[in-house]
Design a protein around this ligand. Sequence first.
Ligand code: BES
Ligand code: MN
Ligand code: ZN
Length: 545
Amino acid sequence: MGNKYLSIFYHSYLVSGSASHKLAITIIQYSIRFVSGDTMELSARTLDPLTIKTDCLIVPVGEEKKLPAATKAIDKACAGLISRCLENGDTLGKCGSTLLLHEPGGLSAKRLLLVGIGKGAPNTQQFLKICRAAAKAVNEDAIKSAATTLTQIKVSGHDNRWAAEQLSRQFAEASYAFKKSFKKSSEKSSEKTGTKASNKLKRITVICTDRKSQQSSKAGITSGSAIASGTNRARYLGDLPGNTCTPAYLVSQARALGRKHQKISTHVLSEKQMAELGMGALLSVTAGSQQPAYLIAMEYRGAAKSQKPIVLVGKGVTFDSGGISLKPGAKMDEMKYDMCGAASVFGVMEALATLEPSLNVVGLVPTVENLPSGTATKPGDVVTSMSGKTIEVLNTDAEGRLILCDALTYAARYKPDTVIDIATLTGACVVALGSHATGLFSNNDELAQQLLSAGQTCGDRAWQMPLWAEYDEPLKSNFADIPNIGGAGGGSITAACFLSRFTKEYRWAHMDIAGTAWNSAGPKGATGRPVPLLVEYLLRRAESP
Ligand code: BES
Ligand code: MN
Ligand code: ZN
């Protein structure tokens, strides 16, 4: 079980410098371990890019004729090769463009990768694009080790620590690939399926100019690797097929997380226990499935017991067929991703266990399978939620809110400082925002601003949507306290309004990740969002409670 989780190991050792100046060079090295057991090392070093022995030296080039400071000396060492390439090529230098040169004379590196950074200082999104492009180019060739001066460029609004964090994140995330072969579950090593480094990139070195930037790069690499591991973990859980990733599978993952990390303890409620608590809404969703449902609680304790926790609630529908209100067949396979909210909670918990911020965080995962059968809940059925409110289930495909409302009521038991739910809740959110922004709803504007800002910083962006009383109007039923669907239009808001009826007791935000949790075009796959946003928010909260 040891390599079940992506984890980070930290080593720091001293190497004495050259005799001329007795400067000790600290080499700081991290190693990300993928589920397959493959590892990738990340380090920050103060050394000369001209003499570094690496498979590939990655340097920035701009659209302007002037070379960035980080590239000038390198250009000189290879007799102006970079300048000549820039003069000959018309697209080179554009943000995210790449050119791979082999055997550059005058350098110890075997290859030289030029990466375009565009005009002037790149912004957040542009820098992420630059890092992604570099990682992609490296992964397309048989490159085992790479070193880069990319973090030496100025990114507007950010410092060196941030650049190192984003660079490590992008390289570690680019190494994720879903392994397609599955061993039989009876085989002991079945857990070796899943994420692995698809390529041979084993080592990435962030080249620093001095001790100070080396220290800040080190800090960036630490958080970047932890966030990437958490993100890759969420992607892996999302990508798993629905017949592997069942509610019981998520329970086993949560228990393993609790066993592995001292600061995490896992508790699981069974259907029987949920029935005793009166969770009739959650249980109505699982009524048609053979798979038992669970409510998982992963408690991370990084601060004094007296400190109120932040509770994250992740929608864990391991497959959403729609139930009796059956979905159309096209793309129904993608409903295995309906547990991506839960997956993001797992990813965040793992990052917290690695970074150990002084915070208390509870990860709550209501997990069920939504299927039609003779025992399934039918449109028109009335169920009683844990809050005591009765709900008329007008559409069994609006199941996410039914499991979340009971989990949100349960969350109040933790006397939380803040509750944030994350859910692939509505197709309407995809219509409204597409795949770039997560829909954000909150009953507290300060919380909304903090989440928006955290997302802006790491390029995992959210966009705030209204929770006006007018949108709550259609939530009226003749037969129960509330129906589970509203009228036509603004579907992501009605869904949020439904949830808001159960979150009056605390500060709350809802994140609709239906459009951002996975890519359906291009190579299909989970994105791991919003793990970066949430970890950024939590680390900030740990700094200023
Ligand atoms: N899991 C879906 C939401 C979803 C749909 C996410 C498509 C990503 C892509 C959710 O359970 C659902 O089915 N919602 C319904 C609600 C409707 C019945 C009010 C929807 O969006 O169609
Ligand atoms: Mn549904
Ligand atoms: Zn759903």
